[in-house]
Each structure stands twice: as C-alpha cells, then as structure tokens.
Design a protein around this ligand. Structure first.
Ligand code: OGA
Ligand code: MN
Length: 292
C-alpha cells in the first residue's frame, strides 16, 4: 500500500495498493491500523462503495458501533441498520424539511465531537463515505488531539492528570436548544465518564479526550469544569491542529475517534448532501482509559 502525507496537516492519503471493495489481506489491515495509530486520519479517494461494501470493509477492523441510533431518529432510508445515514434526504431521495427530526439531529454534527464518546465502549474508527455533495459548504474538519495535548503547558497537563469528564449524548442537542426529548428517552441514554487524557497503548502517545458531549469534570464545580472543557476545546481546535476535507464523490475518510475531533461545516439544507457512516467499537477501551 502506498501513501503520502497531507500537505500542511496531520493525516495521510492512501494512493495505491488498496481496493476497498475487495476483502483485505491481513497485511493490508495491519497496514491501515498502523497508519491510523501514527496519523489518526486516512483518506482514500475515488473508490465508490455500496452500503454493503462499506459494511464489509468496516467489519474487517472490528465490531460495529451503532451508538448513533440512540440519538439520531432513523428514517430507514437505507436498508442496512448499521449504516449511519449522514444525509439530509427523506425516503423520496429529496432534501427533507428543515423541521424534520433527522435534520435537527444532524445539525449537532456541526459541533466538535468524538463519535459515541457518550457510551462505553466508545467509537474507534469512523468511516465516512461521500455519495452526493452540495455546491457550497459541507466540508468536514478534523482536529488532532495528540498534537493538542503535546502543546498544552505543563501546569495544565498536571491539572488534567487523573481527571475525568462526563460525556452525555444529549448535551450538544440541549446546547442547540433542542430539548424535545421525553424523560424516558433522556433516561435511556446514560452518560459515560472518561479520563480527559488517554494513552494509545500501540504508540504510548497521550491525547486529549474532549468534545461537545463533555459537560462536567470530576471534582470541579459544573461552571469551572465546563469552562475548562471550553478552553481545552478552543485550544485543540485552533488552526494549526486542523485538517479540512473537501468531499468528492467516492472519497472515504477514516478517523480515530480516540485521537481526533471532527465537525461538519454548514451547507444549504435545500441541496442534497449524502454521506454514509460506519463505525467500529473501541473494544480495548479499558486499557485506553489508563491515564499514564
Ligand atoms: C458523522 C459526522 C460530519 C459531517 O457522521 O459522525 O460527524 O460532515 N459527520 O457530516
Ligand atoms: Mn460524528
């Protein structure tokens, strides 16, 4: 497999020796895992996949995460329930009304987050595959939480040592003013606590683990904890840590949710935008949650 660095940002692009629609060899799987451990973001261009092919490709990297189904009302437009329909389309294939529940839910994807950080185990790799793109906007941005951790001052690193943050799936929705969830729905989605600094055991690298699902910090008042989380998010998403991906049909971007944040960018909701997401579970989470 050949790959090259992405200009001016973290991540790599696979440029040859890979056909995502064919079963992978053990060497190819190990090769992609190694690229993910080192670079946290892998781009594959111009290889269209069906939903079945995307599922088969993803399953080679671990058990599937379907945590998104807890929050995002599905319209069953796609036959495969394990695939996240990251589109603004209704069953008729046309952009759904702005007031449609799925459209409201997907707007939260425009805030910096790590997929399924609100559950245990959380997500490992997410794979977003581009089908249709709007004429303006709709890029996806990624932030490198390894570099962001390294760039913290020592005093902040010490302060974060051993602290955990609580991640709650509906926090981002509440921030957007969408609280149309009844008590049963709220109770069905229990929050998860994660160390704010985690280690990838494959590399020994530390990274921040934050994002818009995080709403409080252990042993701090809610305001102090939220302000700390807001400061860390501002730091981690400053321009030097960001890669912006401009989608073309047939692109697949794979990111490591343990080591990156991502967000979609605004686009005209009246124009079709269709991406499909498959995600694996971080089933080694207990080791990863060790702070050092
Ligand atoms: C996602 C997500 C961002 C986007 O699918 O998990 O956050 O650009 N998508 O649609
Ligand atoms: Mn996401």
């Amino acid at each position: 497999m050949e790959h090259k660095a992405i200009d001016g940002a973290f991540g790599v692009e696979i440029t040859g020796g890979l056909d995502v629609t064919k079963p992978l060899t053990p060497d190819q799987i190990a090769g992609i895992d190694a690229l993910m451990d080192g670079h946290s973001l892998v781009i594959i261009r111009d290889q269209p996949m069906s939903t079945e092919e995307q599922l088969a490709f993803t399953r080679q990297f671990g058990p599937l995460d379907i945590g998104f189904k807890k929050v995002v009302a599905q319209n069953a437009r796609l036959a495969e329930a394990e695939v996240g329909d990251i589109s603004n389309l209704g069953k008729d294939g046309k952009p759904a009304a702005r007031t449609d529940k799925r459209i409201l839910n997907n707007i939260a994807n425009q805030m910096w987050h790590s997929d399924s950080s609100f559950q245990k185990p959380a997500a490992k790799y997410s794979m977003l595959h581009s089908v249709v793109n709007p004429s303006w906007g709709g890029d996806t941005e990624f932030a490198d939480l390894k570099a962001a951790y390294d760039a913290l001052d020592d005093r902040t690193k010490d302060f974060l040592d051993g602290r955990e943050a609580e991640h709650y799936a509906l926090h981002s929705r509440f921030l957007l003013g969408d609280d149309s969830y009844d008590e049963a729905q709220k109770a069905a989605i229990q929050p998860a606590w994660w160390p704010i600094v985690r280690v990838n055991p494959a590399t020994g690298r530390k990274h921040l683990f934050i994002g818009v699902h995080a709403r409080q910090v252990s042993d701090l008042t809610v305001p102090e904890g939220r302000m700390l989380l807001a400061d860390l998010l501002e730091h981690a998403t400053s321009p030097q840590f960001i890669h912006r991906h401009q989608w073309h049909t047939g692109d697949t971007v794979i990111w490591d949710n343990r080591a990156t944040l991502h967000r979609g960018r605004r686009f005209d909701l009246d124009e079709p935008r269709e991406l499909r997401r498959t995600t694996t579970l971080d089933d080694r989470a207990p080791e990863l949650s060790l702070a050092s």
